[in-house]
Design a protein around this ligand. Structure first.
Ligand code: ADP
Ligand code: MG
Length: 373
């Protein structure tokens, strides 16, 4: 086990800066996740840590050791990729044992020790009974466990796992996530994990590093990134339906401040959040512009006017979930989504009242383009 510390890591491919001055420190035994969309630089960062690629600049420490000049096999890390398929002519046992036989290994196990290790790992993953079978006689979920066992059968200082369960369908993925979390907890080894799926990141991680076009956007716990996203990008990446981002201006009327999108859509900003709104707002063409973020569950929708701050909009669409409804409204450059924990049966263009729970409003600078897609 070891901590991993990365300082000012940069890697370009030609003119593209894939990893841009990335720094973080992952604690010994931590489950640390890189989260970001495709192309954000997650895999490249992992490959730099593994030693498969060389950085243009920056330092990588594993434990107290600067490993920049060490070849991959001497870094004592195990790296697993998304599409590791099983060897069809090997038994489950042989598949799992395979990494233990690699000639570069520091750790040399006797065949007895090897068997013990493979059985231990198989039992942890609930596939101890399957060791003599061939992969073609396994279910998809069982195969997935075998590949996870193979990825983690070694005892390195650090595991580097690149989207190891991304290709599974939704149900298998949830089961695999649980298995992985159990395994990680039992092993207690430092894990750096890569995913583009925010749910996986929240479910598994001690901390999450959010990457955007090679740059670190935020590092924090699941609560940090969900409750206190530092940018509109982080806010949008996490949550489903996605957080509403709405651009408007701060307008002072008498002794009040309004957040105004247009003539139909404006509300008074409560005192508690006014200071934050003013701090983040920017002058643009003589107007004080700001972007707000509010998650769909905090957008109240009702047939009655529930507060002086309620405003009315026509319904764009209503979708149903098992015991809730998703109500969408159309704004100029985006949609506004409300999630109501009750089924509603409003028709298109029905006018309903909206009410924002202002304690859950975030204010952002604009760093994302909005679209209706
Ligand atoms: P992620 O894993 O987050 O999807 P990657 O680290 O694979 O991102 O890629 C980051 C960026 O670097 C992308 O724009 C990708 O196209 C580019 N890239 C990755 N590998 C190479 C390569 N070998 N040559 C050129 N560009 C690359
Ligand atoms: Mg990748």
């Amino acid at each position: 086990m070891a901590e991993v510390k990365v300082e000012n890591l940069t890697k370009s491919y030609g003119r593209l800066v894939a990893v841009n001055d990335v720094s973080f420190s992952c604690k010994d035994g931590e489950f640390f996740t890189f989260l970001g969309p495709s192309g954000a630089g997650k895999t490249t960062t992992l490959e730099l840590i593994a030693g498969i690629k060389k950085p243009d600049s920056g330092k990588i420490y594993i434990g107290d050791e600067l490993v920049n000049e060490l070849p991959p096999q001497e870094r004592d890390v195990a790296m697993a990729f998304e599409n590791y398929s099983l060897y069809p002519h090997f038994s489950v046992y042989e598949n799992i044992a395979f990494p233990l036989k690699a000639p570069t290994r520091k750790e040399k196990l006797s065949s007895k020790e090897e068997r013990k290790r493979v059985e231990e790992m198989a039992n942890l993953l609930g596939i101890g009974e399957l060791l003599d079978r061939r992969p073609q006689h396994l279910s998809g979920g069982q195969r997935q466990r075998v590949s996870l066992a193979r990825a983690m059968v070694r005892r390195p200082r650090v595991y580097l796992l690149d989207e190891p369960i991304a290709h599974l369908d939704a149900k298998l993925k949830v089961a695999a996530r649980t298995t992985l979390k159990r395994l990680a907890t039992k092993l207690g080894t430092t894990i750096i994990y890569v995913t583009h799926d925010y749910k996986e990141a929240l479910a598994l991680s001690d901390r999450i590093l959010i990457l955007r076009a090679g740059l670190v956007e935020q590092i924090g716990t699941a609560e940090d990134v969900y409750l206190s996203p530092v940018t509109d990008f982080v806010a949008r990446l996490i949550g489903d339906p996605p957080i509403n981002l709405i651009d408007g201006e701060l307008v002072s009327v008498d002794d009040k401040f309004l957040f105004k999108v247009n003539d139909e859509f404006s509300f008074e900003i409560q005192k508690e959040i006014l200071e934050k709104a003013q701090r983040i707002a920017r002058q643009e063409n003589g107007k004080l512009k700001v972007r707000i973020g509010i998650r769909p569950v905090y957008v109240g929708v009702s047939e009655e006017k529930l507060s002086p701050n309620s405003f009315q909009l026509p319904v764009y669409a209503v979708e149903h979930e098992a015991d809730s409804s998703i109500v969408t409204f159309e704004l100029k450059d985006t949609f506004l989504i409300a999630k109501k924990n009750k089924k509603v049966n409003w028709g298109i263009s029905d006018k309903v009242y909206l009410d924002f729970d202002q304690t859950h409003i975030h204010f952002f600078k604009k760093t994302l383009e909005l679209s209706k897609r």
